[in-house]
Design a protein. Sequence first.
Length: 332
Amino acid sequence: MRIGVFLVAAGFPGMAPGDVLRGTTEAIEAAERAGFDDAWIAEHHFMSYGVCPSAVTLAAVALGRTSRITVGTAVSVLSVQHPVALAEQAAILHHVSDGRFRLGVGRGGPWLELEVFGTGTARFERGFPESLDLLCTALNGGPVAADGEFFRFREVSMVPQARMTPVVACTSDGTVRLAAERGLPMLLGMHVGDDEKTETIAAYESYATGPAAHIGAALGYVADTTEQAVREMRESLPRWLGPGLAGYVPVDGRPPPRRNIAEYVDLLCRIHPVGSAEHCVEKITTTAARTGLRHLILMVEGAGDRARTLENIARLGAEVLPAVRALRPGAA
């Protein structure tokens, strides 16, 4: 079973974005020391929910400061980027890191970056399949050309070439089917629990011609007792989630998303490994058994403090990872 960390670069109140970004790279270094398999960086634009607007750039920094751990993007927003340009960046990181980089991409949402970067709502609403196919072609090692609705250019050779398989964030049946028909693994978000993840994997398998190694995201926080861990998450997470989620501003006038923050925090604490070390181990192994997932990434920034994030990573590495890995392969 692979266990990684998931870093949103969360902008808690009172934290300067530069400090958050430096803390994010420190967290990846700490994750490598703690024995985690990989670290995944989120990308957001113009909001405090996540203050990293270029996951590829921050991944490059993290790869340069580490030697073993795999670093990925979770995810690079494909609707506001040129897929061939993103493939070029991914190829650079693939080569200079000796294959330690993984590219995760997502459709994104109908947010302001579509206006700012000039791609428009059409790229979001119907352009994702074309963008994804072009990205996959560019990461297949051969030449690439385009004659579609959104991209048209003559054939060019990819330099440098790299053979990579992107991971796709899937939150809708349409995206699940898109990933499945192309044989691409899914990234499943931490906003859904085991039942929803299991249903999504079943839907994927109904469309796919073969298996794929999917990744599931979860909140991960360890304390001396489960009661303490839940209490600390209930105190800290709303300070981030309230203003952070309010930063999702639709570009086209549709109503912004609304969520009851207290209920959401309770949900996260209930469905994910938040608690004592023993409780976290039980939650992780239960998720693996129920969903079939063999790769989880834990969002470790929930305490909202740089030092406490590093402590959380160290405790998860020392108290949770060995117990999970000591179980029989079939149990985890």
